[in-house]
Design a protein. Structure first.
Length: 168
């Protein structure tokens, strides 16, 4: 159940992010006033940031469910890949198109965009968070189920004379 729910939410989130990415890009190709294009881009790009943040949190929660149900961490790393992919699209492709659009239309004085640097930092932070999440989840699972299995599932060994645990 966790796997199917995770994959369904991942598919929906990817489609929504693809829509907002395309729609943000289309604002930069509009033939209207540059100021209107910038405001349209910023609005839809802001919605995309909200969607990736919320969907990332929901997906990591579902990924933890998959991890606990199957003892496999693939869903955590798929979530990281999803977030990293759309961060790369936003900061390396779309952000650079937006920076060039602003430069070409005289809306900025800057010669350098810090978007890719910020994108790399965000991706590294997300990677560290994914690793820490996996580490903590696995340790909690081991601690929780190791203690319960040691107390209830193993009967005490019997000795040759039929006494439990070697009692005298």
């Amino acid at each position: 159940m966790w796997k199917k729910l995770f994959l369904a939410i991942l598919g929906i989130s990817s489609a929504v992010m693809a829509f907002f990415t395309y729609y943000s890009w289309s604002w930069l190709n509009s033939v209207g006033r540059p100021a209107d294009a910038v405001s349209g881009y910023e609005y839809h790009s802001g919605l995309a940031c909200t969607v990736i943040a919320v969907s990332g949190v929901v997906l990591i929660a579902l990924a933890n469910g998959v991890l606990w149900a199957t003892q496999r961490a693939w869903a955590i790393w798929v979530t990281f890949t999803y977030v990293a992919f759309f961060l790369i699209v936003r900061y390396f492709w779309l952000g650079e198109i937006f920076f060039r659009f602003n430069s070409d239309n005289g809306l900025t004085n800057s010669n350098y965009s810090f978007g890719p640097v910020f994108g790399v930092i965000l991706i590294l932070i997300c990677g560290v968070m994914a690793f820490a999440n996996q580490f903590i989840s696995v340790r909690l699972y081991q601690k929780m189920y190791q203690a319960s299995s040691a107390t209830s599932s193993e009967p005490e060994p019997m000795t040759n004379d039929g006494k439990v645990g070697g009692e005298e």
